[in-house]
Unconditional design. Sequence first.
Length: 97
Amino acid sequence: MPSQMEHTVETMMFTFHKFAGNKGYLTKEDLRVLMEKELPGFLGNQKDPLAMDKIMKDLDQCQDGKVGFQSIFSLIAGLTIACNDYFVIHMKQRGKK
């Protein structure tokens, strides 16, 4: 039986491939759909109407219109780090009360 962390890694891999299909990468449209379905809170909180374009530009380092698993994993890692930082600050503030 996989651990919770192993299950999380497996979920990230399966989710990427669900949206990438047989081509093995995401287009801008694939990325938009993935984020709308799997990270709706993140996109919903964006105030910048060009946020999706900026994310794609950051992730598409080869500038070929393709985003691979490693780039998506980097995005998820960055979001996780930001969420953890917020969580730690919030917990410290709660402890001071």
